[in-house]
Design a protein around this ligand. Structure first.
Ligand SMILES: Nc1ncnc2c1ncn2[C@@H]1O[C@H](COP(=O)(O)OP(=O)(O)OP(=O)(O)O)[C@@H](O)[C@H]1O
Length: 260
């Protein structure tokens, strides 16, 4: 089980968030506080807006209403320059990894660093090599193109790139999707290790019940346009039918047993 959280600081606070596309309201008066150093899993039925919520926090989706505070700063109350530097403190791994296929793994990471700094090329290459090692890839992977890597290695390359600017907060959209159970478990270990060694706060959208049990301190369930947050034990006591089925159904029970 994940270790107990000590810090109660909030790194992200969402208040009364509304997201809508046309008449379709996805989130309404959604409140969420994310604690420093926690691994928060986000689950919910298809189309409940898990990805939209993540994109809203990182600034890729424009909210219709509400307040977002990141590391104590209200994103609507700061200058563009302050917002840009705040965004650099968040690393994102999108579902498809989203690496540039025409660049090697190392070049993918170097591109992010070069976009935000003026460091000498050799130094940037060394930082990229460090990130590649942190993500658990062999050093040679840096010279390979994404198409030359396995799915699991591509995910690790995506993590290396998400870590390029030393973020405080890491967002992962279904990181273990498409991996076999062994690859998924190894990836969970990597996330837990990175969280621990780098002191990251991790927000992870997932359908993987094993990941939720193995590495998440708390889970947020998107439900009725809001998010209900708790530990698995707390959520397992909820009466809501979707939550009951999710954690108490055959797959949920099997995952609970294997992590007891
Ligand atoms: N830019 C957009 N314009 C219009 N509708 C959008 C946009 N982005 C998302 N949506 C809609 O919002 C809804 C939620 O999408 P989102 O991808 O966040 O769901 P999800 O909970 O992550 O789903 P899944 O588990 O299937 O990946 C969907 O109905 C989607 O079509």
């Amino acid at each position: 089980m994940p270790k107990e959280l000590k810090s109660r600081d909030f790194v992200i606070s969402l208040k009364d968030i509304r997201n809508q596309f046309g008449d379709h309201i996805l989130h309404n008066q959604l409140n969420l506080d994310i604690r420093k150093g926690e691994v928060l899993g986000i689950v919910g039925g298809s189309g409940t807006g898990k990805s939209v919520l993540m994109r809203t926090i990182v600034g890729l989706n424009h909210k219709a209403a509400g307040t977002i505070k990141i590391l104590g700063q209200d994103v609507d109350q700061i200058s563009q320059a302050e917002l840009a530097s705040l965004r650099q403190r968040m690393g994102v791994l999108f579902q498809d990894g989203a690496l540039f296929s025409s660049l090697t793994v190392s070049q993918n990471i170097e591109a992010v660093i070069n976009e935000h700094t003026n460091l000498p090329a050799q130094f940037v290459r060394e930082i990229a090599a460090l990130k590649i090692a942190l993500a658990g890839l062999p050093i040679e992977a840096g010279g390979k193109y994404p198409s030359e890597l396995s799915g699991g290695m591509r995910k690790r390359a995506g993590i290396a790139r998400a870590l390029a600017l030393d973020p405080d907060i890491l967002f992962l959209d279904e990181p273990t999707a498409g991996l076999d159970p062994i690859g998924a478990a190894q990836f969970d270990d990597l996330i837990a290790k990175l969280q621990d060694t780098l002191g990251l706060t991790v927000i992870m959208i997932t359908h993987d019940l094993d990941s939720l049990h193995a590495i998440c301190n708390r889970i947020g369930v998107l439900l009725d346009k809001k998010i209900k947050v708790g530990t698995i034990t707390e959520l397992s006591k909820e009466e809501d039918p979707w939550i009951k089925e999710y954690f108490g159904g055959p797959r949920g029970r099997a995952a609970t047993r294997s992590h007891d």
